[in-house]
Design a protein around this ligand. Sequence first.
Ligand code: AMP
Length: 490
Amino acid sequence: MPTPAAPAEPKKKSKTPELVRGFRDVLPDEQWYWDRVEQVAASITKSYSFNRIRLPVLESVALFERTAGKESDVVTKEMYAFEDPGGDKVALRPEGTAQVARAYIEHGMVNQPQPVKLWYFEQFFRHDRPQFGRYRQLQQFGLEALGSIDPIIDAQIMLMAHRFYRELGVEVVLHVNSLGTPASRKDYIAELLNYFKQHKNKLSELDKKRMLKNPLRLLDSKEPGMNELKAGAPQIIDYLDAESKAHFMKALEYLDEAEVPYVLDPHLVRGLDYYTHSIFEVFMINPKNDEMKGLALGGGGRYDGLVPLLGGRENTGGMGAGLGVDRTILAMKQSGVFQPSEEKRVDIFFCQLGEAARRKGLAVFEKIRVGGMSCAEAFGKGSLKAQLEVADKLKAKMALILGQKEVLDGTIIVRDMDSGAQEICDVEKVVGLLARRVVAKNKMSLVEKTALAAENLEAGILPEPVEIKKPQAPKPAAPIQKKRKLFGRH
Ligand code: AMP
């Protein structure tokens, strides 16, 4: 007798691998914000004649060690650095300025008219502690002007940062300070060290380490009790040499002239070693959320030593900004900047009945796309009711209904999804008709639409019922003059 087969083991459900900590997906609902930020970045940079540069995600570790400083947080703690299969030491880039400076030298941009003005919209990677507004993959809109030491460039970059936020509907103020030249900074650092040594017993272990490695970073410390200590600390502005002072004053005068709102922040420092002269950070004015307070949306500064440090020409000069897109989007949401409801709506929904209509539909769909409108469909659904339900969910402005009769006649039914009114149109002319209808709808405010619907009701113009049993013999909806009334207002 054959032995009975052993009962099959219950199949184990495999666990879905999760997102890596500190990384995130940007889902379709948030896409509008990303597109909007990139559009504004592109339009501002176009007006100011900045050219876009796209940079690689991977660079040699040496680039960041040399430029950011071996003791900087970015290099010591946060860099995703590893050896590639060929044995080269590489890193996922933690920031963009060093990359731009490398590209400037590598491509001989020193031979172009100076300053060379570049912008980027790229991701960076920092193995930081994830928290509100702090991710391990971050996006920055960057501006870099290389090849000029003129303080007007400092002001221009700060002005552009301010205009960028204003254009996006976020009210911001700039915090500005000067780090002077490395030479003038030396005396200041010695004085700062003296001051904190006197208060060593009040410093946390982390700040004691900072004191040894990079005393300027103490001014950045968020450790408890540091605010009071920092308030009594010497201010760099008192230690600047005459040239650094003059440079900073000029930059501020230009900012005043351009009416850029800023405050002097004598304890502002930046995380990377290469900054000189003007530095700044951007903060939201009156954020609603406490977590947003004290969170810089962006920052930047002058980096005159950077290009020479990488082997480029002395006195090249440079000024830039890195504006954080992730935090900018948080700020837009807090400022009540939302996607206009009209933009959320799909323009046209295409309904088909029967195989011939489906086939014809692909061509109609393509014509609508070429006409510049968005078009959705539910080719997988057969009944008109089911298709119109999807159209409703997508808040389609207009629907097209194509049945077998229409395919034979060369016509198509156009349904206004707000009023339910329908008309029959020559399929060859439908794209023009749809475009006019969509433009008219986009111009109408919600109030106008509600008023129109009420007027139509009063005049006895009733929406067509959604369920159309026989699409082959559609009932013409509203008489012509009523349709004109429907669409003629904008
Ligand atoms: P930084 O060059 O470090 O001053 O960064 C410039 C801007 O990039 C910041 O003001 C933030 O808006 C953004 N940023 C920096 N680090 C992160 C991060 N870990 N997560 C999200 N945004 C960040």
